[in-house]
Design a protein around this ligand. Structure first.
Ligand code: SF4
Length: 153
């Protein structure tokens, strides 16, 4: 029964999407923002889209976490190490405000040092910049979240 229910919901969503697209609705940036603001997902620019494949090269070796214990303690829980930032926190856009606080506990100068030991050449400062920029956009999404629920797909 659960499977049939899921299939009906999926089929209904498909029909609605096809009909809406045929009628010219829900297209473009404004439609994306209407649909995803409530999920805390800002749009990605063409430049950011080109950058994204370069940011995800972490191979989880852990080398960038060596020597970060004191910074982790000082952060009071905001910072769990650079590997966490490269591998997890920087990959969930709705949580980028928390990730930005974590990056603040490291700082770009330290990231520049750690980039030199990264075997995957992850551009850590660029990851930090992307996260900070999107975190700032999340702040701007807050009024949209307060005023509107997510529109139906
Ligand atoms: S040193 Fe580079 S590859 Fe290794 S965990 Fe850190 S970011 Fe990932």
């Amino acid at each position: 029964m659960g499977r049939l229910h899921a299939l009906i919901i999926l089929a209904w969503a498909l029909v609605r999407t096809v009909v809406t697209n045929l009628l010219g609705g829900r297209r473009g940036l404004a439609a994306f923002q209407r649909s995803y603001a409530a999920d805390r997902v800002p749009p990605v620019s063409l430049e950011e889209r080109a950058l994204l494949p370069l940011l995800g090269g972490c191979v989880a070796c852990g080398l960038c976490d060596v020597g970060e214990g004191a910074a982790r303690v000082r952060s009071g829980g905001a910072y769990a190490g650079v590997m966490d930032l490269m591998l997890a926190s920087s990959r969930s856009m709705p949580d980028f405000d928390a990730a930005a606080r974590s990056f603040a506990a490291v700082g770009d100068a330290r990231l520049a040092e750690l980039e030199t030991r990264c075997p995957a050449r992850v551009p850590m400062r660029q990851v930090a910049g992307f996260v900070r920029g999107k975190a700032a956009e999340l702040t701007q999404l807050e009024p949209a979240r307060a005023g509107h629920g997510r529109s139906a797909a």
